[in-house]
Design a protein around this ligand. Structure first.
Ligand code: SAH
Length: 216
């Protein structure tokens, strides 16, 4: 049975997912509440909706994946530590799941995606949620989103060989950038901007699809 047909079953599965996130160490109640709000089963292909609340990445077509719930929660929790997310850029919107989660914790969300059909799907998926503070754009996120910069928060959902300079430059003072870096061995890197200084911290090992160039 597809979870999509059964709102009640979906919300029970989601509550179990949130309890699992807690047991995995996610502590930020606002993040947990956001993860409880977003119907992840509506962001995966129908045939996969039964696994929508498992802690795994799932295919969304075009060789891309919807990110693992734990990693989404963890990245946002770290970015939020001691501050609000404010004006936020997401690079790699995919099916729009993380943008939806971010919309419950950030003031404004700008999400860019390089594959047009995926962006269209994200738009469709987000429409039913009627989030007033999310804007989607078909663009190469290596360049950031100059027309909406600077950002208090930038979160990248694909792994870069090196941190794109434009993303650093589009951070507001006090802003934070979270990006997976590496090819085979990837690690989350957080960059914090303090005036002209960019402080980098290397965090946990992760596995993301690659950050590519250009749009299609
Ligand atoms: N945020 C998504 C994860 C999608 S996977 C979620 O909530 O599940 C990462 C996405 O990044 C893919 O859709 C891929 O097409 C996109 N991507 C890769 N390189 C990109 C780039 N340079 N600019 C924008 N999007 C990019």
């Amino acid at each position: 049975m597809a979870l999509a047909d059964t709102g009640h079953a979906a919300s029970r599965a989601r509550a179990r997912m949130v309890e699992r996130l807690r047991s995995q160490g996610i502590r930020d109640e606002k993040v947990l509440a956001a993860m409880m709000q977003v119907p992840r089963h509506q962001f995966v292909q129908e045939g996969l909706s039964y696994s929508a609340y498992d802690d795994t990445a799932l295919p969304i077509g075009f060789q891309q994946t919807i990110s693992q719930p734990f990693v989404v929660a963890r990245m946002i929790e770290i970015l939020r530590a001691g501050r609000e997310l404010g004006r936020t850029l997401e690079v790699g919107a995919g099916c729009g799941y993380q943008a939806a989660v971010l919309s419950y914790v950030a003031q404004e969300v700008y999400a860019v995606e390089r594959i047009r059909p995926l962006l269209d799907r994200a738009r469709e998926n987000l429409r039913t949620l009627r989030r007033p503070n999310v804007r989607l754009k078909h663009a190469d996120g290596n360049l950031g989103l100059p027309e909406a910069a600077p950002f208090d928060t930038i979160i990248v959902a694909a792994a870069a060989a090196a941190i794109p300079q434009a993303l650093k430059e589009q951070l507001a003072p006090g802003g934070r950038l979270m990006i997976p870096v590496g090819t085979n061995d990837q690690r989350l890197v957080m960059v914090e901007r303090q005036g002209a200084i960019f402080r980098e911290s290397r965090l946990e090992a992760v596995r993301f699809v690659p950050l590519l160039n250009g749009t299609e």
